[in-house]
Write a protein that binds this ligand. Structure first.
Ligand SMILES: *[C@@H]1O[C@H](CO)[C@@H](O)[C@H](O)[C@H]1NC(C)=O
Length: 355
């Protein structure tokens, strides 16, 4: 073990590529652990981390500071500034991430499930989690965005996918305990695929030699969206609650029911049975004022002058429903970016032809 430590200390980081170092550390670690047990590997990895990551000389992304930054204040600020109309998500997400990160001994990995219509900020929120958790943001090699529809397209192959996913996750987490996995469009995933990873999400200190407790798993889906809207109306009409008075608890059971009954990856999934999902986060449908905020934010990117009339003109193409109140934008803020850019182009063209 001393020899092992020594090797790590004498090889300067900038001389050898990180892949070579991890590769050789793995081989040496594997050889030593064959004789002395797997703890040596962990000690070796720690030494590598300390030498190449914490010292700050490392040019390669490692599983430690400064690469894993988990900037909670940054996340709170980003969600406040860029995400409109999602006060429940804004409250629960940073505190859940902070709790799991700073707790010395969490009992299980953090597992969250985001629900609601498209275009209302679920993926947007995830991009800010990546940005503030990793120095490299979404490009981090410890960040895994898994598109369920593209990566697991065929229902008949569910079992193969299940095995594949198990291998991916266990090897990625053994490489970096702070790995973050996002499963987009879980509702498009064949049922059963996720059941293979249940043991990883459960309360285990260590499962098959891998400690999953610092990892984060987020499931994104549209399931429960209609139920969220119905519940919104109920809270509003029956209980006289304003949007801002609505809380996580108001929606909890509703989403669990929705996720359980609607088609898709979480359908009748043991994930829900086992209560492994720590937080079901409702994303509320967006109202007129939120869409206006999206438009303003987009316009500001082009640093053009705008007034109320311009916003109203862009608002004309946004469809609201359901009848009779027409309270919510059907597609949230989706396509607003494209509409604003088209509008700005048009105005510019007009301007130049007038000259
Ligand atoms: C880590 O996860 C990614 C999916 O994001 C996968 O493509 C890759 O093969 C995994 N790595 C290992 C070593 O299994």
């Amino acid at each position: 073990m001393k020899l092992f430590a020594l090797i790590f200390l004498i090889i300067p980081c900038h001389v050898l590529p990180f892949e070579f170092i991890t590769g050789s550390s793995f081989l040496i670690g594997a050889a030593i652990s064959y004789f002395y047990g797997s703890d040596v590997v962990k000690v070796g990895q720690k030494i590598a981390d300390i030498t190449f990551c914490y010292s700050g000389v490392g040019l390669y992304e490692c599983c430690g500071k400064p690469w894993i930054k988990n900037d909670i204040d940054g996340l709170i600020a980003d969600l406040k500034q860029h995400v409109f109309g999602q006060h429940i998500a804004q409250q629960i997400i940073p505190s859940a991430i902070a709790a799991n990160f700073y707790k010395i001994k969490p009992t299980k990995p953090l597992v969250m499930s985001f629900h609601g219509w498209t275009g209302i900020g679920k993926n947007y929120v995830v991009s800010f989690i990546a940005k503030n958790f990793f120095k490299e943001g979404e490009k981090s090699k410890f960040y895994h965005l898994i598109n369920s529809r593209n990566q697991f397209p065929l229902e008949k192959d569910a079992f193969i996918y299940q095995e594949q996913l198990k291998t991916w996750i266990s090897s990625n987490v053994s490489f970096c305990p702070y790995s973050v996995f996002i499963f987009d469009e879980v509702d498009r995933m064949p049922p059963g695929v996720l059941d293979g990873i249940i043991p990883f999400l459960d309360h285990h200190e260590i499962f098959n030699g891998v400690d999953y407790r610092k990892a984060t798993f987020i499931f994104i889906s549209n399931t429960g969206a209609s139920l969220i809207m119905e519940r919104y109306f109920e809270l509003w009409r029956k209980y006289g609650k304003t949007r801002e008075q609505m809380t996580l608890n108001d929606f909890d059971n509703i989403i669990i029911k929705g996720a359980f009954n609607e088609k898709g990856g979480l359908q009748a999934s043991d994930l829900i049975d086992h209560s492994l999902i720590d937080h079901f986060v409702p994303f509320l449908p967006l109202e007129r004022s939120h869409v206006e905020q999206c438009i303003k934010a987009e316009l500001e990117k082009y640093s053009v002058n705008y007034d109320k009339d311009i916003i109203q003109e862009i608002m004309k193409v946004v469809v609201f429903g359901p009848k009779p109140e027409n309270l919510f934008s059907n597609a949230g803020c989706k396509r607003i970016g494209r509409r604003v850019s088209a509008f700005v182009q048009q105005k510019k063209l007009k301007g130049s032809s007038e000259v």
